[in-house]
Design a protein around this ligand. Structure first.
Ligand code: ATP
Ligand code: NAG
Ligand code: NAG
Ligand code: MG
Length: 338
């Protein structure tokens, strides 16, 4: 593997100058210096053009767009006033800090289909020009990437190498861990050092990276609170972070499944923000359906969207307030109505 990869890596480093001058060192010593110099001079002329084609760890490719994130959270994410506010503040503060003391670690909790993966996509879209297609954006799904719990030692080793390798290439890397509550304790243990207040580990600094954990842990408690508000005829927007914060951390603390998540990350204060996602109501399903119509280039049809929303399953059985699968199945359901 090595012989085929290193010329590509060298070319990449030359094209993306400044991406990792230290990384060039060991490579350049192994080949004639003159060749490098000539090649560099040659490529410099084309670098401006190449930058448009090869994604680099450069401000041309990685620039945080606060206006964009704010607009996306306001217009594309429905019914999540608490999450919107925390996400914007957290990401904006972090991206504008030139010298963060630790990487940004967010933990998103909520019922299925309420927008956890969607939020991580919106963040990526407003940091990387290439959005979630960026080579600096990494999504790990426990059941897909680490399916066999007996092999966790192997996964752990591999995951650590991946994080290290990718952050070495670009310090502004983003790692999303889906189904965090299904992750093997050993794996969580493996990523723990990357999240801490270290200047660097083996010469690599992880302080500008972003880690996002997604899970359903604590979603029952969030639903309970939302239902209490609904039952006492208070509006959804009256729910505040403090109504959920302690409930959420207690629920995650006491959850058997996420027990290790608690002891290793939460007790050590490695998670910067807990972000609760509220369960979605039928009005939000209508909005999701309309958005899906728009994204297909159709004229949004309110009547049809209301019909889609009406046919969904809601819970609890008596009140029928919250959509059982949130906005998750809308995309495929819509086909049935067209
Ligand atoms: N609050 C929301 N506002 C707008 N669209 C939403 C929202 N929640 C979900 N969606 C839509 O539904 C799709 C599925 O949502 P998403 O994958 O983010 O759910 P999730 O919270 O990750 O659920 P799960 O716990 O099942 O993984 C998204 O791609 C998005 O189009
Ligand atoms: C930031 O996002 C806004 C809204 O999406 C967009 O109009 C603007 O062009 C973006 N700015 C940059 C620098 O990409
Ligand atoms: C970066 O992460 C990806 C997984 O998202 C992995 O396949 C790749 O090997 C990693 N790169 C390095 C240099 O470790
Ligand atoms: Mg998800």
């Amino acid at each position: 593997m090595r012989p085929t990869r290193s010329p590509v890596l060298l070319l990449w480093l030359l094209l993306c100058s400044g991406a990792g001058t230290e990384a060039i060192e060991p490579v350049s010593t192994t080949i004639a210096f003159g060749v490098v110099a000539t090649l560099t001079a040659f490529i410099t002329n084309y670098r401006t053009i190449s930058n448009y084609y090869y994604e680099c760890c450069h401000p041309e490719w990685i620039v945080f767009n606060r206006t964009g994130l704010e607009a996306d959270l306001r217009s594309k994410l429905f019914g999540q006033h608490i999450a919107s506010r925390i996400i914007l503040k957290a990401v904006d503060g972090f991206m504008n800090n030139d010298n963060p003391k630790k990487p940004l670690v967010l933990s998103l909790h909520g019922w299925t289909g309420t927008g956890k993966n969607f939020i991580s996509k919106l963040i990526a879209n407003n940091i990387y020009k290439e959005g979630t297609k960026s080579s600096f954006f990494h999504l790990f799904a426990s059941t897909y990437h680490f399916p066999h719990s007996s092999q966790y030692e192997h996964y752990k080793y591999q995951l650590k190498q991946w994080i290290k390798g990718n952050v070495t290439i670009c310090e502004r890397s983003m790692f999303v861990f889906d189904e965090m509550d299904k992750m093997h304790p050993g794996l969580i243990d493996g990523i723990k050092p990357f999240l801490d207040y270290y200047e660097n580990l083996d010469g690599v600094s992880y302080r500008k990276a972003i880690f996002i954990f997604l899970s359903n842990a604590g979603s029952d408690k969030i639903v309970e609170t939302a239902l209490d508000f609904w039952n006492s005829a208070k509006t959804r927007e009256e729910i505040q972070l403090r109504d959920l914060e302690s409930l959420l951390s207690r629920a995650v603390f006491n959850d058997q499944q996420s027990g290790f998540y608690r002891t290793s990350l939460i007790d050590k204060n490695l998670v910067d923000f807990f972000v609760p996602l509220l369960p979605l109501e039928s009005q939000h399903i209508v909005l999701c359906t309309m958005a899906e119509m728009k994204s297909r280039g159709m004229k949004p049809n309110q009547r049809l969207a209301e019909k889609v929303a009406k046919d969904l399953i809601y819970f609890p059985k008596t009140e029928r307030v919250f959509a059982a699968t949130g906005c998750k199945t809308i995309e495929s359901k819509l086909d049935y109505y067209l």
